[in-house]
Each structure stands twice: as C-alpha cells, then as structure tokens.
Design a protein around this ligand. Sequence first.
Ligand SMILES: Cc1cc2nc3c(=O)[nH]c(=O)nc-3n(C[C@H](O)[C@H](O)[C@H](O)COP(=O)(O)O)c2cc1C
Length: 408
Amino acid sequence: MSVPTQTPGSDRVVPPTAARRVEFISLSHLNPSTELEPIPTRGIDLAYFRRYVRTLEEAGYDYTLLPYGSSSADSFVVASAVGQLTERIRPIVAVRPNTAFPLVVAQQLATLDQLTEGRAVVHLISGGNDAEQARQGDYLAKERRYARTSEFIELLRRAWTETESFSHHGEFYRFDGFGPGFRPYGDTIPISIGGQSDEAFEIGGRQADVFSFWGEPLADIRAQIERVHAIADAADRPRPRIWVTFRPIIDRTDQLAWRKAYDYAEKIGATFQKGAYGRQQLIGKDAPQNVGSQRALEFASRSEVYDRALWTRTAAVTNAGGASTALVGTPETVAAAIVDYIDVGADLVSIRGYDTLADARDYGRYVLPLVRQELAHREATGQRGTLQADHPGAFAPGFDADALAGAR
Ligand SMILES: Cc1cc2nc3c(=O)[nH]c(=O)nc-3n(C[C@H](O)[C@H](O)[C@H](O)COP(=O)(O)O)c2cc1C
C-alpha cells in the first residue's frame, strides 16, 4: 500500500519524544451493565467482577482503574478485592481528597500496598462538578479543591516516608504528633493526577508521578505533554509518566469497525438520553464544568475524525461525561494509533471498550501484542517497524468514515 510521506510513522526513524516502554490500563467493571445494554443495577455481581479482573490479568493488562463517584462502590474496598483476586495486575484507586483525611488515605493505601505486595497506585481526582462534590459535603470552588489536592499529596508522601512523628499546620489540614505512619510495601506508592484545569497541570507537573488524559488529537496531546514536562522541568523534578485513555471500537476490517462504531454511537446516545447508565445520571446534560469534558466536546464540534483513528462522536452523544473518545479500526489500525501516542510520549495507555468484557479480552488478544511487538522491534533494531506505515486508517488519502460505515 502506498502511504504519503507525511503519514506519521511511515519512515523508520523513532522520534526522540517516543516512550520506550508501554503499560496498559483498563477500568474494572463490577457488573455486566454497559452503555450499549444498560441493566438497571448499581450493585456488584461478584461472579462477573471476579471474571472481569481475572480476564484483565490474563489478557496482559498491567493496571486496573477503580473509579470513584458519590454513588459508586467504594474504590478502596474494590481495590482490595482486586488485589486478592489477582496475582499481578496493579489496582489504581481513584480517590477524591474531600472524602477522607490524608493520613487515613495514606494508611489505607499503605495497607493496600502491603496486601498486594507493592501493587497499589492512587489516582487523585480533585472533583470536576460542584453538584457532585456537594453531595458529599464539599463546597470548595475547583481552584481551592486543587490547592487542597496539593497539600494532600505532600501529606501522603510524608506519611509514607517520615521516620519520626511530625506535626502539620497547613491551609486545609492540621494535626500534631502523627507517626511514623504505616509504611507501604515498597518505598512509596505512585500518585497520578486526573484533570485538565490549569491547576491540574501545575500540581501534576510539580508533584505527580503520573499525569492522565482522555484521548485527544495528537497535536493537542503533544502540546499538553510538553506543558506537563515544562512545569516538571522548571520544578527540577522527574517528568511524570503520561497516561492517555481511549474507548477503542475494533472489528476484522476497517469497514466493519466503522459500521460498528456508528451503530454504537446511536445506542450509547439513546442510553444517555434516557439517563439509563450509572455515571451519566450524575453528570447530566448541562454544559460540563470540568475542562477535560469541555475539551472533548470542543474537539467533537470541530471534527468527528482526527489523525489515524480518533473518533469523537462517542463523546458528542454522551456530553463527554468520562472517558469517551474512541479509536476505530482493525486491531492493527488501533494498535498503530496507540503507537502514534507512544511516539509523542505516552507510556501508560488505558483502553476500555463499549462491550466491556468481550472488548477487554479482544484487545488483549489482538491489540496489546501488536503494540508490544512494535516496541520490542524498536528496542532490538533502533528503528520503527512497519505497523504504522502498513495501517494508515484515516491518514489514507480519500478516507471517508461515512462512506466506510455505509452512512452515505
Ligand atoms: C484517566 C482519568 C480518570 C478519571 N477518573 C475519575 C473518577 O474515577 N471519578 C471522577 O469523579 N472523576 C474522574 N476523572 C475526572 C477528572 O479528574 C475530574 O473531572 C477533575 O477532578 C476535574 O477536572 P478538570 O480539571 O478537567 O476541570 C478522571 C479523569 C481522567 C483523565
């Protein structure tokens, strides 16, 4: 297949920004309800959940995210269960700092880390919606919530590392004579930051080990990564690892995948309009207050398709409440698109489908190995492999998603 020279990945040179390794994340689902086929339940289906997390482990994911919302299951308790149901996968606990005193969260995380022999990770959510924060008694404005997160991070790290007792009289927290605290299994626990506000970048760049994004067009994410790096460099600290999240839609051919994508967008849009799926009930249909969702909607209003495989209609029809931008195509096209993001510096890739359990299994079988193979090839030869050149997806001249999907 002839590929125009401007197609990213069509030459052999590995760009200097490229990450040399990648690890995969997928969110854990507690029951079979999906946006495609919502089931009116908020509960845990234990047999399903057990199967889900074991599937993730067997499929080769490295981490699983346990999300948090005021009406969700408690992410800590679920993370502890993940630890006991699996051997290798690392639970990422989503924590909102308003929900517990930082020293208590440090203790919970250290306990989880000991119980999983060093697998705990924490993802700090400062809160993107005032009404949702108020449901649990948090009335701070978002900038103040981020300032609190900054103090929270400082205290987590001190609780894990100080060898003597210490006192703290800060802006948000005050205590005397704490410690030494319960220690993690390893030296420390990775701290990730979610959010796209200016404050999220400041705190993430200066204090986080990981900075996370929802899937954005390559040019935009490249600029955002540079922004995180510049803040970390100015603070003279190691650059955070970069996490990027997608909702892939794959099938045997690009044409089948685009047909499926159009069908899915219709179904999940109808689910959203009915308010029939968990988290969407909390977020609602008003203009989102969180910058991450605002950005996703803005990208969606400008174009449906970006780069090799990024598709925004799934965000548009769900008010971008949560990770909602898709990658569409064959496993090869989607793997090549993931490598495009690795090329701009992402080294943690979160993928979760709309047909959640079946997709987790399929990605493990058909997508993860292709990405890992490309990185192994680069490691062994110092050169790019052929994955990106051979699977141009929407970079192909004349590409037309509507025509492929049979919508025109
Ligand atoms: C990868 C990722 C995972 C997230 N997980 C959660 C979650 O579990 N619960 C939640 O309320 N918000 C979650 N968020 C949303 C944001 O972190 C949240 O909206 C943020 O606190 C404020 O957003 P803003 O800075 O973009 O305005 C997640 C965001 C990202 C990027």
